[in-house]
Design a protein around this ligand. Sequence first.
Ligand SMILES: Nc1nc2c(ncn2[C@@H]2O[C@H](COP(=O)(O)OP(=O)(O)OP(=O)(O)O)[C@@H](O)[C@H]2O)c(=O)[nH]1
Ligand SMILES: [Mg+2]
Length: 436
Amino acid sequence: MSVIYALATPPAKSAICVFRVSGESCLDLFKDFFSSPPKKERFFYLKNFYYDKRLVDRVGVVYFKGPKSYTGEDCVEIYAHGGLAVIKEIISAFKSVGFDEAGPGEFTKRAFLNDKLSLNEAESVLDLINASTKEEAYMSAAALSGRLSSELGAFSEEINNLRLRVEGEIDFNDEDEVFLDEKLKDSFACLVSNFESFVSKCHHKSNESVSKKVVFIGPVNSGKSSLFNRLLGFERAIVSNKPGTTRDLIDSELFYNDLSFSLYDTAGLRDTSDFIEEEGIRKSKEEIKNADLVVGVFDKTSANESMFFTSLVGKKPYLKVFNKTDLGDDLVEGFDCYLSAKTGRGVGDLKKRISKHFEVNIKNNSIYMVKERHIDLFSVCLNHLKSGFDKFENEELFELVAEDLKISRESLNSILGRKSADDLLGDIFNNFCIGK
Ligand SMILES: Nc1nc2c(ncn2[C@@H]2O[C@H](COP(=O)(O)OP(=O)(O)OP(=O)(O)O)[C@@H](O)[C@H]2O)c(=O)[nH]1
Ligand SMILES: [Mg+2]
């Protein structure tokens, strides 16, 4: 396999950037960059990195000799200063000696192919990176730690043992003696119930809960940008008493109650002849389609427009907010929240409502985060275990029982990645980021 490299940290200015390199004997190619390449494994060196005989940076280097590395191959990690020019020069240096840029998930794919991770563990790496709540992170870490794989492996073994015992019964029945082994029946029943309770400990994150996009809409001057800033806790969007201040989409991340949301401030909607503002309004309407939750912001003067916005939002989840309560005007009925972006009063209630909307219903006994693919295979396994047990109890052909057990076991082995088709691996690893 070729030697691959990737920037494992974001391609942005930062204190430190990390590069990973993997491939058999890749260390040999580092002699071009260092006056003396690192020799000792797993030791943090501080060395001058040269490209074209010029000093690029003084970097940290760690060498992992395969198979004791993430990918199972020889690996080198470089910790450089996170300047864009430094990043660019290191990439040029790597290319000059023939390193290939890694594709999405290629490091983890190699780790899987070299038996460093099972397939489901490799998938958990992505879940851990994408976890946006504390609970999701803990469940993904539990799945990645190997505990899920060993539970699955134990079930796979148990099913196999049971199948061997059932096959033994087939020979026995050949002698025309129908005799149901009660111990075997108990083991079978126990396996079905244990597997059922194991499945209940696995949590599947549906795609809807991955994105948490909250879009603020409303008439001009209602205080959308003020509320957006108040929620973020800093002045991100420009606020002014001039209607039509916001003309483009502005987004920012908000962390609240272990959840993170993307908030979008939009241009207020009104009839306008200004081309730029019109474009902003078009984007605001477009953004409603992409939203997971829409927050309509109104004040006393625009409250009567709320019906029009309700029709615009259609079936999307929608919270209607009445802003500027500090002005002391009479409150208009029919809103979900009454608040003042200026003083902050009532804003906590809005935050709670937003976070409640996205709360993932994680069952109390959930331990592992799993993929839809796993849930589908769990149900194949469970259905065949149950139908095998029914056949066994009804003394149907034991060959059919053995076949059910065989399919059950195969479905668990597919989760672990034992005998995986190439196209399945392609689907899984293409969702990864470069550098993982
Ligand atoms: N008294 C009071 N004034 C507010 C409040 N929220 C916003 N304002 C004022 O209302 C005006 C408009 O605020 P913005 O936040 O720019 O309103 P917007 O909805 O983003 O306006 P556009 O971007 O033009 O659509 C500004 O003068 C704000 O200071 C509030 O809670 N109380
Ligand atoms: Mg605005």
